[in-house]
Design a binder for this molecule. Structure first.
Ligand code: ADP
Length: 441
């Protein structure tokens, strides 16, 4: 029952008793009759009053319960505010701190009681205060300000990066009356961002260095190739035309010029290939081919190298269907690199080449040797550019350390994979897995 209704009931009871009194004074002769009527009405009025009183009591109880609930809720919010992991402030519209929670006091390294009543700008470094105050003025027009990044200064002078989220509290007329502030220490985030920026910068610089390096390699190789071609051309011409006229000593010299020229040209071609692969300028020329025939022909071309070192060179294939789609020149280049390395780094035993059927759409090429092997710690670097396990042994063997880097890039271009297993002193196995049908990227 609401208080208005209860007041109404009281009013009705008092009107009823007034009416009764009037009637008694109007007709004193009929007093007996009236008396019993009056009693009846009075008892009705009293009954109504009792009911009203009862209802009022019940309502009071409900009100007390509701008040308890409101108080419990208020305490809960107070606790949430107090123990929240982030700093919370309430300030008036001049930025004076009205409320602050524990986290806020910890963030500013000051006890809560010294925080209340202070302007928030006290905790902004001197040189940034005027900018802060200007932003405060603008806040009145905003409903909410998110992620305002600022520096805060603790009581003992330590300055840290913070982010502020501000919400405007308004009265019924919409006039701003206070601000609620959420404050977070973002030092760790800022440091991480700084690191990321440094890494990105470093990355860009590295990319630039790589680009310049590739460009230099490419230009240099082109420039070298032109004079080299004439050295090669003329030395070969001399050998062809005047071989029989030369004394043996001179023949030997010209042959050396021609052979060194060929070797140099091969190196330049390797560097050019690598720079083309680095800059994605190398395109596969795809066609259908017989992989067993290609592997057999390539291996045979290298047989004399193996024989010079008294090594066996064995080829095996279990392919039912040898037809695949790939670039024959580039596939041959992969195989030549792997087999010639296997021969180069093997002194006794031999080299075993196998073509395997993996499943209906993948094939594998395996080149296994019984050579010097590769230390385990070096296996992850082996496909890196200009990388050689031991420069002293490779000085003996020649090479620039680009062969496997090129093989790795070519195999990737063919959408295949290359892996290596090796044991020092026992030999190495390189395994290339390829799709039967390579498609252009
Ligand atoms: P390189 O022109 O020096 O042969 P590669 O990239 O082909 O360059 O090989 C890089 C290095 O990996 C070689 O110098 C050698 O140390 C090692 N390596 C490659 N293949 C073999 C192998 N079959 N056995 C042992 N070591 C190998």
């Amino acid at each position: 029952m609401n208080p208005d209704k209860f007041g109404q009931q009281i009013k009705e009871v008092s009107q009823r008793s007034q009416l009764l009194q009037n009637r008694v004074s109007e007709s004193p002769l009929r007093q007996e009759n009236l008396l019993s009527q009056a009693f009846e009405e009075l008892s009705t009025a009293l009954e109504e009053l009792r009911v009203a009183e009862e209802e009022l009591r019940a309502q009071n109880e409900q009100l007390a319960i509701a008040q308890e609930q409101v108080e419990a809720e208020r305490l809960r919010y107070q606790e949430l505010f107090e123990f929240a992991p982030d700093g919370y402030f309430v300030t008036d519209t001049y930025g004076k701190i009205l409320e602050a929670n524990r986290a806020a006091a910890i963030l500013l390294n000051i006890s809560k009681k010294f925080l209340i009543g202070k302007p928030l700008s006290n905790f902004i470094p001197q040189e940034e205060r005027s900018a802060f105050r200007e932003q405060l003025l603008r806040l009145c027009d905003l409903e909410r300000l998110q992620e305002w990044e600022i520096r805060l200064e603790q009581r003992k002078g330590h300055i840290f990066d913070a982010s502020l989220n501000v919400t405007t509290v308004r009265d019924r007329e919409g006039k701003p009356t206070a601000w609620r502030w959420l404050v977070r220490d973002i030092t760790a985030r800022k440091q991480a961002e700084e690191k990321l920026r440094a890494i990105q910068l470093q990355n860009m610089q590295l990319q630039e260095v790589a680009r310049i390096k590739t460009q230099i390699m490419s230009v240099l190789s082109h420039e070298l190739r032109t004079p080299l071609n004439s050295i090669l051309g003329f030395s070969q011409l001399l050998l062809r035309r005047y071989y029989h006229l030369f004394p043996p000593e001179l023949r030997d010299m010209v042959e050396r010029i021609a052979n060194s020229g060929k070797h140099l040209l091969a190196l330049i071609e390797t560097i050019l290939d690598f720079s083309r692969l680095e800059t994605d300028r190398l395109e596969l020329k795809l066609q259908e081919l017989n992989i067993v025939e290609l592997v057999t022909a390539t291996t045979e071309e290298l047989r004399c190298l193996a024989e010079q070192k008294n090594l066996t060179l064995v080829l095996h294939s279990n392919l039912q269907n040898p037809r695949i789609i790939n670039d024959p020149i580039r596939l041959q280049q992969v195989l030549v690199n792997l087999v010639s390395n296997a021969i180069k780094f093997t002194d006794t035993g031999g080299v075993f080449v196998e073509v395997q059927q993996l499943n209906h759409n993948r094939v594998a090429l395996m080149v296994k040797d019984t050579g010097i092997g590769i230390p385990e710690s070096e296996l992850t670097n082996i496909f890196g550019e200009f990388w050689q396990v031991d420069r002293s042994t490779t000085r003996k063997h020649g090479g620039v350390g680009l062969g496997l880097a090129i093989v790795d890039k070519l195999v990737r271009l063919m959408r295949g994979t290359i892996t290596v297993e090796s044991k020092l002193g026992e030999g190495s196995t390189f395994r290339v897995e390829l799709p039967r049908e390579v498609s252009q990227l």
